[in-house]
Design a protein around this ligand. Structure first.
Ligand SMILES: Nc1nc2c(ncn2[C@@H]2O[C@H](COP(=O)(O)OP(=O)(O)OP(=O)(O)O)[C@@H](O)[C@H]2O)c(=O)[nH]1
Ligand SMILES: [Mg+2]
Length: 372
């Protein structure tokens, strides 16, 4: 395979040659691949480009791509494009150029690719991996908690390290996603590229890496901005996934149930029933409707057939009793404090809380996926 190692640099004069030497050494023992190294520099002011040019004269496998400063994400995309179009890379390896990523781990990435992975992630948070022990507590927390939020927030807990930049991936992920990737920068770029690749079926594997602090030069990361951007990415992706998946349908079925519930409640009150009793009747009719339509549509991929439907309907009723209790209880407490005329406000509140309860119950108990 043609392998291109992309090394983004911005003022890394003190690090880049040490890294290139380390990498040349690291690849000599790896059979079966042709390696090239691409330094993607954004008009560094410290002479990074001059030292790389001088070094490249003696090393024909080293290339320099220079461009204007548009951030790390853009630099990586430019590097990937050059690697594929000009250097004909099948596989891209990406590393920070500040000596935080150790060339000694390089061969483990290629080994996983040789075994059939198509996206290898260098991970600080699996056995054998580490973050620097001299990091201050707040930085450790920032990194560990940030990665945990992404990991669980996006729903791919098997990958532990989302924000790192030591990775190897097949060119097809650039081909597929380069257009959509232009809008992301910094940590979000790393997260989004991995996320899109995994979602499209990448066989992602982690290898442990020991992350060390840079010795020379300055960090270019502005934490507060990235925290905000990462959270925004995770939350919007989560909402999108819910709306595209069963949650959107659940809401539509639930709205129909809500209308049934409301009509019965209002009619019941008109005919002189207490709102608590009328809401129970309305809720039960809504439950019947919800069960039928959720089974036929929302959770169609897990549809319940035959006699099991009776048992499941009883179970469904039992879990929905939780929502009825929540709804009636909210009305009860509300009307006790604010008078009977305030029942509508507390009905809406109760329905809202019951909605969350129901979705969790339905998707994890009633229409539980096989094997869960
Ligand atoms: N070409 C290019 N490279 C960049 C840019 N910003 C950062 N880099 C490089 O990307 C790599 C990672 O950036 P760092 O500043 O080390 O960020 P970090 O590793 O998250 O932060 P530290 O742990 O403090 O070093 C380094 O090799 C940087 O030189 C940029 O705008 N353009
Ligand atoms: Mg760094």
């Amino acid at each position: 395979m043609n392998v291109t190692v992309i090394l983004p640099t911005y003022n890394e004069r003190g690090n880049i040659i040490v890294l290139l030497d380390g990498l040349s050494q690291a690849v000599t023992g790896i059979p079966g691949h042709a390696f090239s190294f691409l330094v993607v520099d954004d008009t560094s002011e410290d002479g990074t480009q001059e030292v790389v040019r001088r070094y490249a004269r003696k090393h024909p496998d080293i290339f320099l791509l220079s461009g204007k400063k548009e951030g790390l994400g853009r630099a990586l995309l430019r590097g990937m494009q050059y690697a594929i179009d000009t250097l004909h890379a099948d596989l891209i390896v990406q590393m920070d150029a500040d000596l935080s990523h150790d060339p000694a781990s390089f061969s483990s990435f290629i080994k996983e690719i040789d075994k059939g992975a198509d996206f290898v992630v260098g991970s600080r948070y699996i056995r054998g991996g580490s973050i620097p022990s001299n990091w201050g507590l707040h930085r450790k927390i920032f990194s560990v908690v940030g990665n945990a939020i992404v990991r669980f927030g996006l729903g791919f807990p098997l990958v532990h390290d989302w924000t790192g930049g030591y990775r190897a991936y097949m060119r097809k992920y650039y081909d597929r996603f380069h257009g959509e990737m232009k809008k992301f920068s910094g940590y979000v770029f790393q997260i989004a590229f991995l996320h899109k690749s995994i979602r499209s079926g990448a066989r992602a594997v982690e290898v442990p890496i020991q992350f060390t602090d840079r010795l020379y030069g300055r960090s270019k990361i502005a934490p507060s901005q990235y925290i905000r951007d990462v959270l925004r990415y995770v939350v919007t992706q989560r909402i999108k996934a819910m709306m595209q998946g069963s949650f959107g349908k659940f809401c539509i079925v639930g709205t129909a149930g809500f209308l049934i519930n409301t009509v019965v409640l209002e009619l019941g009150v008109q005919f002189g029933l207490h709102p608590v009793l009328a809401s129970v009747m309305g809720a039960e009719l809504a439950i019947v409707s919800n069960f039928i339509f959720n089974n036929a549509w929302t959770f169609r991929d897990r549809k319940i057939h035959g006699k099991r439907r009776i048992i499941k309907f009883l179970q469904f009723n039992a879990t929905s009793v939780g929502a009825i209790v929540i709804q009636a209880g909210t009305i009860w407490v509300g009307t006790a404090f604010y008078g009977i005329s305030a029942y509508r406000i507390f009905y809406i509140l109760g329905v809202g809380i019951g909605l969350v309860w129901n979705y969790i119950m339905y998707s994890t108990i009633i229409w539980k996926r096989q094997g869960q």
